[in-house]
Design a protein around this ligand. Structure first.
Ligand code: SAM
Length: 192
């Protein structure tokens, strides 16, 4: 089983300095518009969920998914404090199931510093692909410290096998990053 970031460790990087190098508007502003639906896969303590909730605005929605109930509690608290909780839905995933079947399509999804924690990245990417609207973007960021260039490129190759094509290689501090889109509409949401 891959190592999953423990809830008590998340504050070591999701701290008050993080906005200086992971500014959500700069990271997501080109893919996410006010009013859109965004998905934060492996939301942790909700740093990106909060950033996305600000960008989608009062008419948009963010779905934040995590394996660990404690992470979802931290995200909920954070969003309540920010007054943004009404734009956010929290979903508890299982190890191999993001539990997104009942969700309407998303225009954007992010998997930030989490793909290397998942035992079957192909399955994860397939589920995200099925949840994306046609033309939707998926941003995958992996921590340079834990994920070698080679391992990252292997994940990108897995994404290609799951029907994604590369759209962009943004610069993200301390990270290896790619923005993917789907080669063609497919899955249960393809006609949505
Ligand atoms: C290193 S943390 C990153 C948190 C957050 N994305 C951020 O950038 O602050 C990785 C998160 O992914 C979650 N995670 C790991 N495997 C998962 C899975 N199979 N499904 C959903 N979440 C998962 C962990 O519980 C943890 O909260």
């Amino acid at each position: 089983m891959a190592h999953v970031c423990p809830w008590w460790f998340v504050r070591s990087f999701d701290n008050r300095f993080r906005r200086r190098f992971h500014e959500p508007e700069a990271l997501f502003g080109r893919s996410v518009r006010p009013g859109s639906r965004a998905l934060d896969v492996g939301c942790g303590a909700g740093f990106n969920t909060e950033g996305l909730a600000r960008i989608v605005g009062p008419h948009g929605k963010v779905v934040a998914v995590d394996l660990q109930p404690r992470m979802l509690t931290m995200t909920e608290r954070r969003l309540r404090r920010s007054g943004l909780l009404d734009r956010v839905e929290l979903v508890q995933a299982e190890a191999d199931d993001l539990r997104l079947e009942s969700q309407a399509p998303f225009g954007f999804a992010v998997a930030f510093w989490m793909v290397h924690e998942v035992p079957d990245p192909g399955r994860l990417l397939r589920q995200i692909g099925s949840a994306l609207a046609p033309g939707g973007h998926l941003m995958v960021c992996e921590p340079r410290l834990h994920v070698t260039r080679r391992a990252f490129e292997k994940s990108v190759e897995v994404a290609r096998q799951e029907g994604f094509v590369e759209h962009d290689r943004p610069r993200v501090a301390f990270s290896r990053a790619v923005v993917l889109t789907q080669a063609e509409s497919r899955g249960r949401l393809a006609t949505a």
